[in-house]
Design a protein around this ligand. Structure first.
Ligand code: DGY
Length: 319
């Protein structure tokens, strides 16, 4: 029996590539850092029984029309806004994602951004490297405390809750806005509030909603103007949840104090207005970027592919 064919659009961590090579025929060997062209994507989709695709691959109806024998599209991400689910469904292609395994890594990164912006970590690092730092001074790079402040979480799913749990170590009050109410774990007291109240009361606002038509530009000029002038906005969810143009204005004019961003409206492009601002920390979409997490995400893709190619239900089907 010939091995089933898998197309993986980007190089994955070594143990996952090794397992793929052992179990399947690969359409092509992805090179490190190489971004597939439209032609390469079409060829890969045309040949594959299973595809592992990335959040940066736009999987639209046109691309899927080339998928003559594709049975499963395993998205190497928890968010799947990059995939036209209706088009996949129409062709009988199962779509899966990688929930749970990246919750902690993404929550940690939201905290890394909160701490970096509040304590001006990146500014300090840049200054030391210039060789112009002349030693400790009482008014140097003064930031903001986190302890005892209010954390506002927009979207209280798995990642939002993991961010909220970490707030207890900082003795922070947690307010959240979410479609459904979430029971606070023992020892925690999370308060569900309408969006405007969370925005008005929080010192830190962290976004954890998926990108859908109703969350696109959820945070725009009106919402930013509801926030405190001392507040810091954190986005590790999806770029288009924030109106970047409005955010640049808010950061430049002191409507809010700072922002920590891991995601952008037009990745990999970053709004030029953000680049020169000292009160913003900008990361290149690192939410799930730990070796352990990326290996776990790969294993989930492998499990889903194996299930579907063997006629079993996919454990992580989203469609
Ligand atoms: C995801 O999986 O959706 C994350 O954004 C990856 O970092």
């Amino acid at each position: 029996m010939p091995l089933p064919t898998v197309y993986v659009t980007r190089l994955l961590p070594a143990p996952i590539m090794a397992a793929l090579r052992e179990r399947y025929r690969l359409v092509t060997e992805p090179a490190d850092g190489a971004i597939p062209t439209s032609d390469e994507l079409r060829t890969g989709f045309a040949e594959a029984d299973a595809v592992i695709c990335m959040l940066s691959d736009s999987i639209n109806a046109d691309l899927l029309s080339h998928a003559m024998k594709l049975k499963i599209l395993a998205n190497y991400a928890v968010g799947y806004n990059n995939i036209d689910l209706a088009a996949a469904k129409a062709r009988g292609i199962v779509v899966t994602n990688t929930p749970d395994v990246l919750t902690d890594a993404t929550a940690d990164l939201a905290w890394a951004l909160m701490l970096s912006v509040a304590r001006r970590v990146v500014e300090g690092d840049r200054w030391v490297r210039t060789g112009t730092w002349r030693g400790w001074a009482p008014t140097q790079l003064l930031g903001a405390d986190l302890a005892g402040k209010t954390l506002g979480i927009i979207g209280m799913g798995r990642i939002g809750q993991a961010v909220a749990q970490r707030a207890q170590g900082f003795r922070m009050r947690v307010l959240y806005e979410s479609r459904r109410s979430v029971a606070s774990p023992p020892g925690f007291s999370w308060e569900r509030r309408p969006l405007d109240e969370v925005l008005a009361e929080a010192d830190f606002v962290s976004l954890h909603v998926p990108l859908t038509e109703s969350t696109r530009h959820l945070i725009g000029a009106r919402e930013l103007s509801r926030m405190k002038p001392t507040a810091i906005l954190i986005n590790t969810a999806r770029g288009p949840v924030v109106d970047e143009e409005a955010l640049v204005v808010a950061l430049k004019t002191g409507i809010i104090a700072g922002a920590g961003l891991d995601v952008y409206e037009q990745e990999p492009l970053v709004h030029p207005g953000l680049i020169g601002l000292p009160n913003v920390v900008l990361l290149p979409h690192l939410g799930s970027a730990t070796l352990e997490t990326r290996i776990r995400m790969g294993k989930i893709c492998l499990d889903n592919i194996e299930a579907v190619l063997n006629g079993r239900p996919a454990p992580n089907q989203v469609s």
